[in-house]
Design a protein. Structure first.
Length: 255
């Protein structure tokens, strides 16, 4: 991708799944990378696994807390001597029928997926504005933020919020030269989705889901979303701003 060599990239939620794949892709593009994650051991393992690909460091924190989000962005800016790109990837999911969602589970999903997205984005944007050289912020939404899927009301609501947050950020941050977009993946095979699927049929559930709902007849892999992160951060996407890029194998095209 054009214009990525030497860029300073923060990947929140970068210690596993899509975030880990994104961190690796940015390193392969010649970027310097800082990853965040919730679990200390997982972050340390991620940094070790990524170190052969380039310059990488990391920090464990909870982005749903103001102190966690500020620690992450401040540590990344200090380690990288500034921020050019935020891959705002941290998120969680669980499967619960609407009628039985516990308020505590609702609150946690919203806290991480929407509040955490806001806190990290705001801190990174302030850093970019103060530096005065623009930047790129890519928020992680979902196809579930565009259309409702059964048993995911809390997750759907959080991801729909991310899309509107992204659009509003684009309106306000564009004058500072900061491009803001969102990614909207469909079903991607990650450890998070694997754990959810384990309770409802495992591999057979994934196969059935792909056959019934995805025109390409397969689920996606993290590297395919990582490529979209790299594209939106690159100069090849220099006039793409305020939108959500869908990566779903055609799932939303089905009536």
């Amino acid at each position: 991708m054009r214009g990525l060599v030497g860029k300073r990239v923060l990947v929140s939620g970068g210690s596993s799944g899509i975030g880990l794949a994104a961190a690796r892709r940015f390193l392969q593009e010649g970027c310097r990378v800082f990853v965040g994650g919730l679990d200390v051991a997982e972050v340390e393992q991620a940094v070790r696994s990524l170190s052969s690909d380039g310059d990488v460091a990391g920090l464990a924190c909870d982005v749903s807390e103001e102190t966690g989000a500020s620690r992450l962005t401040e540590a990344a800016a200090a380690e990288l001597d500034g921020l050019d790109v935020l891959a705002n990837n941290a998120g969680i999911a669980r499967r619960d029928p609407f009628l039985s969602i516990r308020p505590a589970d609702w609150d946690r999903i919203i806290a991480v997926n929407l509040r955490g997205m806001f806190l990290v984005a705001q801190a990174a944007a302030n850093s970019m504005v103060q530096r005065g050289q623009g930047g790129v912020i890519i928020n992680m939404s979902s196809t579930n933020g565009i259309a409702g899927e059964e048993d995911y009301s809390h997750y759907n609501a959080s991801k729909g919020g991310v899309l509107l947050l992204t659009k509003t950020m684009a309106v306000e941050l564009g004058p500072y030269g900061i491009r803001v977009n969102a990614l909207c993946p469909g079903y991607i095979h990650t450890s998070l989705n694997e754990a959810i699927a384990a309770g409802i049929g495992g591999d057979q559930f994934e196969r059935d889901y792909a056959e019934q709902r995805i025109p390409l007849r397969r689920v996606g892999v993290p590297e395919e979303v990582a490529a979209a992160y790299a594209f939106l951060a690159s100069d090849d996407a220099s006039f793409i701003h305020g939108t959500g890029l869908v990566i779903d194998g055609g799932q939303l095209a089905v009536m």
